[in-house]
Design a binder for this molecule. Sequence first.
Ligand code: ZN
Length: 285
Amino acid sequence: MQDAQARGDAVGHFNISDLVLLKATLAGARELNVPVVVGLSEGEREFVGTRQIGALVRSLREEFDFPIFLNADHTHSLAKGIEAAKAGFDAIVFDLSALPFEENVRQTKQAVEALKAINPSMMVEGEIGDIGTGSEIHDSSPDLSKGLSSPEEAKQFVESTGVDILAPAVGNMHGMLRSMVRGETKKRLDIERIASIKQATGAYLTLHGGSGTDDDDLRRAIAAGIDIVHINTELRVAWRRGLEQGLAKMPDEVVPYKILPPAVEAVKQVVLSRLRLFNGKRRAA
Ligand SMILES: [Zn+2]
């Protein structure tokens, strides 16, 4: 992350919940030779297995000698955080943003201490503000304008909790609207707010809910201080389309590894295009 920050790039974070998404993400990152983070929220971990994905990502990192890292995305309790830390996760998003600010600060600080006691090099991310829930397709956009993060509360949060990374609310939102899936509308970001939060905190900043965001806004957000960008819904849309394609092409096939390659390819194309954008400086050099 220091490396990416120094260059003016961001690290791509892709959510996975099966082998198709994991294979596609690693293949995209290896093709471009850029570091990558795979993340699993509590629901995604429940499906895949927390210790199992820890072992899988570790084995990929070792076998290919490749910088692929593992993040415990949106973790809402210390017990789940400890489970991830013990399973070898490299980073965690400890998300109590739904609680009142003071309570969020108090419990996040406790979590930072408890998690670093298990693994001192684990990076802990805290979250403030409202960016909606669910990396799904939404019918309408929630009003998130009241939940935007201010530089003052961001500074206070980072200083009082000791988090390494902050996830602010800067116009981003989890999930995509139907019009975004069709490519008719794009999410827009508050670039000035990102720059002032970066200046106030000096912390690494994550942009959650990156799917469906205007490309140029993403570039400007990274230039303004975003260090990690999360992509989930775009991958899920590609996964479904690829799967439907595979099934349609082979209506009588039952062999998973013959049906699934179009899904891997569809997800990989999204990963490639997002990683190219996030790593623009590295690729130009
Ligand atoms: Zn998120």
